[in-house]
Design a protein around this ligand. Structure first.
Ligand code: PGA
Length: 249
């Protein structure tokens, strides 16, 4: 049985008080979840949110991490720093990091390599732009994103890997991919994982969907056979909509 996962990516939203209140509200609204639940607050609040969620099932995940271990890298945060506050999971390759902060495949491959070397769990984001989808090349784009990074590494801890398919055109736009589009790509990703790692080991890797997930579209998407959960942006900033999405899985 594959893990079922819902993760809330708070991006650059919520200050300290808002972050701790949000996690407390989620816990109060739902004492026992039917899947694994993660939240990703901004870096300065990872520790506080972790402390508030420590007695619950909620796990805290970082939105990013440096590809280097230490040194003169102003503004960066290392894996060791995250581990020192008991953060064991990180989102890598979100399309906003790729597009707005110039993270290319070489950087992402280094980040992945460091994470696996240090036993960090990775949520690795991949996805095509609108232009690519209109050209009908989304399957090739996804394949290349995997081949240039993850598939080029020798020591991948598959137990610590979650793939997040996030079509860039669906992120923050209010336009979600429909369940047929999601199922088709997730099945493609599943086949690529099977080819690279063998069916037995790769069948356990969760593939989650992200892009304008809301309580009114989530259950359709989560019902797809190759969808193992969701990465939620905007709708995770409100405890009720986030809990509704969690309950729809
Ligand atoms: P969204 O963001 O739910 O606001 O579209 C998803 C994401 O960026 O992970």
């Amino acid at each position: 049985m594959r893990r079922k996962i819902i993760a809330g990516n708070w991006k650059m939203n919520k200050d300290l008080k808002e972050s701790t209140s949000l996690v407390q509200e989620i816990i109060q609204k739902n004492k026992s979840f039917n899947c694994e639940v993660y939240v990703a607050p901004a870096f300065p609040f990872l520790n506080e949110v972790s402390l508030f969620s420590s007695s619950s099932q909620i796990k805290v995940i970082a939105q990013n991490v440096s590809n280097k271990s230490s040194g003169a890298l102003t503004g960066e945060v290392s894996i060791d720093m995250l581990k020192s506050i008991n953060i064991e999971s990180v989102i890598i390759g979100h399309s906003e990091r790729r597009k707005l902060f110039g993270e290319d495949d070489i950087t992402l491959k280094m980040k992945l390599e460091n994470c696996f070397k240090n036993n960090m769990e990775v949520f690795f984001c991949i996805g095509e732009t609108l232009d690519m989808r209109e050209k009908g090349i989304q399957n090739d784009v996804i394949e290349n994103q995997l081949k240039n990074t993850l598939f080029d590494l020798n020591n991948v801890n598959l137990e610590k890997l979650v793939i997040a398919y996030e079509p860039v055109w669906a992120i923050g736009t209010g336009v979600n991919a429909n369940s047929d589009q999601v199922q088709e790509i997730h099945c493609h990703i599943r086949n690529l994982l099977n080819l690279r790692y063998g069916k037995e080991s790769s069948d356990l890797i969760p593939i989650i969907y992200g892009g304008s997930l809301k309580p009114d579209n989530s259950s359709n998407i989560f019902n797809c056979s190759d969808v193992d959960g969701g990465l939620v942006g905007g709708a995770s900033l409100n405890s009720q909509t986030f809990v509704d999405i969690i309950n729809s899985i």
